[in-house]
Design a protein around this ligand. Structure first.
Ligand SMILES: Nc1ncnc2c1ncn2[C@@H]1O[C@H](COP(=O)(O)OP(=O)(O)OP(=O)(O)O)[C@@H](O)[C@H]1O
Length: 224
């Protein structure tokens, strides 16, 4: 579960990016986060990832109370979630297989498990035949599916996708969200930040709207 309790964030330059945010997301939910530029969406995601800490209030993610988390718990916490970014963040010198396997190698997963797990995840995202390709030989949509495979390979309870379709053609964007939808259908919690209202309207999911650091709407589905 995710819980924000009276969370505010003021950056060093005095900008108040989040103002007294209260929020609960249950395990297994799919939540879109929308809002105009500067509304606080990225700040909220940074709080979830423990990249920034609140100025006041408490954030709890997957059973970790982030303000009380010890430094040595951070790797375990990070493994409980998978992250997908707008700019894919693949390693350009590694092929598709190694980009995904890398996420397992750094956590000392045995090689035989990696050899089983990576092809399975790649076929899940529809890239079984592209394992030996380099990232620059793939379309934007395919690169984002590699990033999604990498986020999924550790079997996280939670996927956080920050504008995952921002660099992808609109017709391929639907595919990415559809994949996230399928992943959610087998039990993984999904949180996705997006600007694309048309995309949100195609999936009947919970929508949180941020404005000037406040949650101004929490709808069970999108209403224009
Ligand atoms: N590191 C920072 N230092 C100071 N101010 C920041 C910092 N990061 C964000 N801000 C400010 O905090 C506010 C919220 O920014 P945030 O990036 O969370 O918005 P956003 O909703 O993600 O916007 P976008 O859709 O443009 O990515 C903005 O006014 C922004 O200028």
């Amino acid at each position: 579960m995710i819980r924000f309790t009276n969370v505010s964030k003021t950056y060093k330059n005095g900008t108040m990016a989040l103002k007294d945010v209260n929020l609960e997301i249950q395990d297994g939910e799919f939540v879109f986060i929308v809002g105009s530029s500067g509304a606080g969406k990225s700040t909220l995601i940074k709080m979830l990832l423990h990249e920034e800490v609140p100025t006041s209030g408490e954030v709890e993610v997957n059973g970790f109370k982030l303000s009380k988390m010890r430094r040595r718990q951070i790797p375990k916490f990070r493994r409980s979630l998978g992250v997908v970014f707008q700019d894919f963040r693949l390693i350009p010198t590694m092929n598709v297989y190694d980009n995904v396997a890398f996420a397992l190698r750094v956590t000392d997963v045995p090689t035989r498990d990696i050899r089983r797990r990576v092809p399975y995840i790649l076929s899940l995202v529809g890239l079984g035949s592209k394992a030996r390709c380099m990232p620059d030989q793939l379309s934007g949509g395919e690169q984002q599916r590699v990033a999604l495979a990498r986020a999924l390979v550790n079997n996280p309870r939670l996927i956080i996708a920050d504008e995952p379709t921002g660099n992808i053609d609109p017709e391929l964007s639907y595919e990415i969200v559809d994949l996230l939808n399928e992943i959610n259908n087998v039990g993984t919690t999904v949180i996705m930040v997006t600007h694309e209202h048309d995309l949100v309207a195609q999936f009947n999911r919970r929508v949180l709207t941020l404005e000037h650091g406040h949650i101004i709407a929490d709808d069970q589905e999108w209403r224009q």
